[in-house]
Design a protein around this ligand. Sequence first.
Ligand code: B12
Ligand code: SF4
Ligand code: SF4
Length: 386
Amino acid sequence: MIKIVDIGYTETNTPTAQSCNSYNRWLEEKLFYPLQYFGKRSYSDNNSDNNSDNNSDNNLDNNSHNKDKRLNLNYYFSEFASALVFIFSYADFQCLLNNYYKSYGRHHKFGAFALAFEGEDYHRYIKRHLNNITKFLVTCSNKHADYLLRTPPIYSVDSATVLEKDLAYRALSAKNYWFGKNSVLISKEHGSFFLIGSILLPYKLNLEDLSKISDFVANGNQNNIEILSSPQGVDHFDGCKNCTICVDNCPTSAINKNEFERTIDCTKCISCQTIEVRRDHDVEKGNIFKKSAGYIFGCDLCQLVCPWNRQHLQLCLRSNSKALFDSIKQSKYKIIHDFFLDEARNTDVVINDLHKLSNHGFEKMFQGTALTRIGRQGIIKNLKNI
Ligand code: B12
Ligand code: SF4
Ligand code: SF4
């Protein structure tokens, strides 16, 4: 159900001017606030694998070196010469999950990205695929083997100091992709229910290399994918135009009303509060969660209402989502489902069982899932507040 639906390539190491400006204003206005690593000097130096935040108040310095790291890929990976960007769509799963929630009413909801990869943490899933693609490159020719064995590539999946949406925007066609008002990257063809995984390379690829990679990926996906890179000087396409549906429907008014910014206020965002904030947030406690429509991990609301996702959400309307769901109830997904989504397990029952588990027991039970990011206390905090 997860497909690589698009591949892009770029040799540009700096984000677009629009992104730099918007990013700088977002920092100046402290809209990142619960994500304090955005202001930290040393975040990426000691945590390059995910974006965990220990919520300490140290180093909230907007002018720190860390801020600048996002403005040039060579600050992050000094040998950077090019990037391959892959779009991993989970739209099919999103459609099923949405139907499931609607048809069978559940006490709690997870953002689809957390369950779509059979419950496996998507960082792990995507990195495994990027690693397979790299292994394929190594076997392709001595040129690739020489470069990649001397300087291993870096996989960017939610990586510390990479503006991944802009990297994808640069690598893919600006005719087909744009930043929505809800701030996510949207594709005319694929909507926005996708994740971005990139391979940062220490050398440049030629057309033949790109065609081999797209054949390799297409074979694994049973679909045709042509690698396109954004032609320079192409007019930006903006699929949002006068639409304000996501802005009007965000239950906590987290989306920036200035349509030129295309950013969100993390203090108000349910996704941020339920994934990144481990302790009760003093200011927003209660307020935000009461509007979370049952989301206890992530939030899909501003994408579910977007017209560019409509066709994907209608694809499985007539099918029996429960039967399909039962057939994919396996592995880590099943563990999460049976603990949190089973209809008999209301919020009190789940909280009670979480209290009975030790932190270690929780880590063991949900090992390899996205839930370990927020931890036992964090998920109890979310459940208590909805
Ligand atoms: C921090 C973070 C969060 C934070 C903050 C979100 C945010 N909007 O910044 C929180 C926890 C809230 C979050 C939530 C989610 N996230 Co998140 N998150 C990230 C992370 C780690 C960094 C994002 C970042 O740098 N923000 C900085 C701000 C300033 O950027 P921005 O808001 O996108 O603003 C940009 C645009 O506005 C742009 N811009 C404005 N105008 C214009 C005009 C033009 C022409 C151009 C070119 C650009 C442009 O400039 C800014 C900088 O690029 C990235 C991974 C990564 N390393 O990039 C994933 C990432 C953005 N998240 C992702 C996902 C899937 C989600 C969720 C959908 C998960 C969920 N279901 O709960 C939600 C979506 C919430 C939302 N509406 O954004 C995906 C997005 C995929 C996509 N389709 O775009 C990413 C890319 C992870 C990945 N590798 O796939 N996330
Ligand atoms: S993820 Fe939810 S809370 Fe955050 S901006 Fe979108 S609709 Fe609003
Ligand atoms: S709902 Fe409308 S304004 Fe929001 S991202 Fe989609 S098209 Fe753009």
